[in-house]
Design a binder for this molecule. Sequence first.
Ligand code: GLN
Length: 196
Amino acid sequence: MVKIGVLALQGAVREHVRCLEAPGVEVSIVKKVEQLEELDGLVFPGGESTTMRRLIDKYGFFEPLKAFAAQGKPVFGTCAGLILMAARIDGEDHGHLELMDMTVQRNAFGRQRESFETDLIVEGVGDDVRAVFIRAPLIQEVGQNVDVLSKFGDEIVVARQGHLLGCSFHPELTDDRRFHQYFVQMVKEAKTIAQS
Ligand code: GLN
């Protein structure tokens, strides 16, 4: 059994809960710092990164979230959640939690393409993954330790750095559970390693 939380300060929380629910997975909605202790993995949902950051500070989540990731526990950020994880944000002085060695550009697809859907190849997940982009960021560049798992044209949209996974789009808005299953597998593997 693994326990996975969805950070519920703001954004698309329920949809992630639904996608994570599976035999052997206990899902919780995280509203208090104390809840982090019992978790094996954590999801940062989409929403608005600046609002989420404000609430992270307001409720004392900043250091506990950094400590959570520093223990090697898997974290999965989608859209605004990806922005929270990036070390660098284009045009801003610093990132938020600065967990992953990458630079993101917010709202990168312009007004005409504020939201759109497409099918993408995502390494380890599938070659026909429906991707829903909503005022999405893209990943401009990644450090040496970061693997690019998917691109939309020339743009990086999914990346993984060990136990950290970031995605520009919203896999939780489709009925396809494969992306979440991939993350659940990361959590199971990390837990097995931690216990051995
Ligand atoms: N544009 C939002 C931001 O910059 C992210 C959008 C989303 O999560 N769907 O935080």
